[in-house]
Write a protein that binds this ligand. Structure first.
Ligand code: ADP
Ligand code: ASP
Ligand code: MG
Length: 409
């Protein structure tokens, strides 16, 4: 007898009919004699709707109250699924994060899971019940409701799979696996049969929202067999593995992009020790995360300093930088919040030279100006103007022959 954790995302539970078909799918697992824990998201659009409601009450609601509010969407779907299962004659019980209990830290809206109690779940499974758990939420030591960040139901599922030593964790979504890039941007994107944890982690952290980053970290750390599949279409999906890609010749595995980027530049900064700290210190103190950083020395013993931040933090970061500009006696601050980051990812890069130049050549031949570049062992990221996003992704997809990848069944 195997134990499975199945997670269904927002679109997969977006209507009464869809919840009913999830119930049918779940019942099949039990009918074949296996045990199953189901993790659900809120109905599609629900979390956004709740966030919009909050904004109508207060411009800056407290994170604690936000979590009390946005955790409700998942409570609705778990109850509805249990009703659908009961209707099919199955024994099933729903649990909120608090009821399980999924213990987290107190970082509201981005809490981390510390521990999962498995007593009730085990007892239910052993009693022949289907266990249905609300994704995305937990509870802190003080009993406050917390949430795990957008897309957090993926992490709930993987964490439960790790805690209960499930045989497999299936993430059911509206695409039939992990693709070479977001199929909404490049229709020629191909499904990958396998992708390594390392690559998936890069893809997720560089903007591919198909899996929440923390879920991939968790799966890698606790050795959870993780698969992404479609709720609507039969198929084997994409397995996240430890092994290198089966496709020996593939130079890169995928293209990720992030639209939520903005960049800031401070020019004419006196080039002295401690300058980077003086510029970035106040930004960090304001809890603003900095991603790429570039510093360039000019002829006149001054330096230009550019960095990127999340677009939501652009105005705040710019105001802080303008203060630093006066303090440092720098020339001026400029910024641009209509930029995006496009990245190519692949373990194949380690053993192949010339990948970066091929990327730059491809972008140049499309007349796309590269504003910033960052590289690591298995990825190359460029910042380009927002209007070039689709063009850049499609050109790179073709240049690296990602549309030629054949995922064997
Ligand atoms: P769910 O609600 O099921 O959690 P998400 O919207 O969070 O679904 O994730 C699925 C979406 O991720 C897809 O519809 C697709 O547009 C997007 N996506 C981005 N990058 C990729 C990729 N490389 N492969 C597959 N899907 C991707
Ligand atoms: N409902 C939450 C969100 O929309 C969590 C999830 O779907 O994974 O972000
Ligand atoms: Mg998701």
């Amino acid at each position: 007898m195997a134990l499975y954790v199945y997670k269904f995302g927002g679109t997969s539970v977006g209507s009464v009919e869809r919840i009913k078909s999830v119930a049918e799918k779940v019942k099949k697992v039990q009918d074949q004699g296996d045990q199953i824990i189901v993790v659900l998201s809120a109905m599609s659009g629900e979390t956004n709707r709740l966030i919009a409601l909050a904004k109508q009450m207060q411009t800056q609601p407290t994170d604690r109250e936000m979590d009390v509010l946005i955790s409700t969407g998942e409570q609705v779907t778990v109850a509805l699924l249990c009703m659908a299962l009961h209707e099919l004659g199955c024994k099933a019980t729903s649990y909120t994060g608090t009821q399980v209990k999924i213990l987290t830290d107190s970082a509201f809206t981005k809490a981390r899971i510390r521990e999962i109690e498995d007593i009730k779940i085990r007892a239910d499974l052993d009693g022949g019940k289907i266990v249905v758990v609300a994704g995305f939420q937990g509870v802190d030591e003080q009993g406050n409701i917390t949430t795990l960040g957008r897309g957090g139901s993926d992490t709930t599922a993987v964490a439960l799979a790790a805690a209960l030593k499930a045989d497999e964790c299936h993430i059911y979504t509206d695409v039939d696996g992990v693709y070479t890039t977001d199929p909404r941007v490049e229709p020629k994107a191909r499904r990958l049969n396998h992708i390594t944890f390392e690559e998936m982690l890069e893809m997720a952290s560089l903007g591919s929202k198909v899996l929440q980053i923390r879920s991939v970290e968790f799966a890698g750390k606790y050795n959870v067999a993780l698969r992404v599949l479609s709720s609507f279409k039969e198929g084997c999906g994409t397995l996240i593995t430890y092994e290198e890609s089966q496709m020996e010749s593939a130079l890169i595995s995928g293209i990720a992009f992030n639209r939520d980027e903005a960049k800031l530049t401070i020019t004419g900064v006196p080039d002295l020790p401690g300058v980077a700290y003086k510029i970035l210190g106040p930004i960090a103190d304001a809890n603003i995360e900095v991603d790429m950083i570039v510093q360039n020395i000019a002829d006149d013993a001054t330096t230009d300093f550019t960095f990127t931040v999340d677009r939501n933090n652009y105005q705040r970061a710019k105001a802080i930088l303008e203060e630093s500009c006066v303090e440092l006696g720098a020339r001026k601050v400029t910024g641009d919040n209509a930029i995006v980051k496009v990245s190519i990812v692949g373990v194949g890069m380690r053993s192949h030279a010339g990948i970066a130049s091929m990327m730059f050549k491809t972008l140049a031949s499309e007349g796309i100006n590269i504003r910033m570049i960052a590289t690591s062992e298995i990825k190359i990221s460029v910042v380009v103007d927002e209007k070039y996003l689709e063009l850049a992704v499609r050109a790179l997809h073709a240049a690296f022959e990602l549309d030629q990848i054949t995922a064997e069944a």
